[in-house]
Structure formats: structure tokens, C-alpha cells
Design a protein around this ligand. Sequence first.
Ligand SMILES: Nc1ncnc2c1ncn2[C@@H]1O[C@H](COP(=O)(O)OP(=O)(O)OP(=O)(O)O)[C@@H](O)[C@H]1O
Ligand SMILES: [Mg+2]
Length: 206
Amino acid sequence: MRIDLIRVSKSYGSRQVLAGIDASLVGPGFIAVRGPSGAGKTTLLSILAGQIEPTDGSFAMSGFSDRMSVDWIVQSAPILAHRTVSANIMLGPLSKGLDATSSMRVSLGAAHSLGIGHLMRKRGFSLSGGERQRVAVARSIACAGELVLADEPTAALDAHARGAVCDGLRAAVSSGSLVVVATHDEYVSARADLVITLQPAVHDVN
Ligand SMILES: Nc1ncnc2c1ncn2[C@@H]1O[C@H](COP(=O)(O)OP(=O)(O)OP(=O)(O)O)[C@@H](O)[C@H]1O
Ligand SMILES: [Mg+2]
């Protein structure tokens, strides 16, 4: 599966945020989108998700199945405070139609790849911020779809937790996903198969 971006541009009013992005994103694979704040990383992810249209240029997806789903991983994804880590992660695969036994199995696998396997019985409220963030990532990747879009999934994490999130995203790639990560984190982009660097080319078009 692949996504081809040809001269993709996006403007908000007279303000150009993306200026002619050319890239081929081939899956399974791990793609990092980097660039300073305001460079258009979230905007590009939203285009890939089909949430917004480019103002100019073309964008073609091929090799995805008809029933493809997009997994969005956001930094502030909420988790249920009074449910266990296990129950929180299982919500992901259960919502995709997996039965309870399979959901438990893939949830454990995701938790281990994210280094939170030992926390399965803890409740949401008793977790640190970084642990909570990894639970949210595990919920999304336990049964990852063909396209996983992660917006700054390692922001505010320490080196250990950042490594764990990269391992978890890599596990999704191993199970066949195209993973696209918007990140400021050199550690993440160093582990990517392809890095797309967005310039802060914010200027008025008129
Ligand atoms: N819906 C919108 N309407 C108008 N301007 C927008 C909209 N969404 C984003 N922008 C502007 O587009 C620019 C790029 O935003 P975007 O969120 O894509 O940046 P980013 O690279 O993800 O930044 P950050 O690293 O801070 O998350 C910013 O200047 C932002 O203010
Ligand atoms: Mg952003």
C-alpha cells in the first residue's frame, strides 16, 4: 500500500501552510514528519486521514482495502480513570470487532511492546502521565489498522518511555501498518524509514 503526495499544498485563507509537498509513503513502513511548530505537521496528517482536502496538488492512495480504518494517536487521548489498564487497552480491539479472548491477547502484546505489561491491573487514576500516554498508544496499536497516524506521541515523555513508544509503533509496522508520526523528536525520526521535513514556509500567497 502507498500514498503518493504530488505538490500537495494547503492554505488557510491567504496563509500557505504546506507548499508543494512531494512524497511517497510506502507501507508497511515507519514515516516521520518533522518540522518546527506551525510547519504543518498536524495539517499533513489530517490530509492523510481524509479530514481536510489539499488546496492544490494531488493525493492518491493505493493498495488499501475497502474497509480500511485510520487509527489516530493524539497526545491528549483520554483514558478511563476507574478502569484497569487492561480494560482501557482492550477497548481498542473490542471496538474493532475482535472477541474478548483475542482482544486480551493483542492488548497484552501491545502493552509489552510499550513497556507497560506490568501495569495491566492498575487503574487509570493511579498512573503517571507518561504511563497514561502509553496506555492510549497501546489501545490504538493493539489491533492496528492499515494506516496509523500519530501526532507527537512522545511529547513530554522521558527517554525510556520514548523508546517504548517507538517499539510499539514498530510492532504495528511489523504487523503490516503504514505508520506516520508527526514529531519534534530526533529520537523518533532517527528510527524512521523515511523522514519528511516540513519547512516553516508560512507566508501569504497574495
Ligand atoms: N483550521 C485552521 N484554520 C486556520 N489556520 C490553521 C488551522 N489549522 C492550522 N492552522 C495554522 O496552520 C499552521 C500549521 O498548523 P499545524 O497544526 O499543522 O502545525 P504543526 O506543525 O502541527 O505544529 P505543532 O508542532 O505546534 O503541533 C499554523 O500556523 C496554524 O495556526
Ligand atoms: Mg501539530
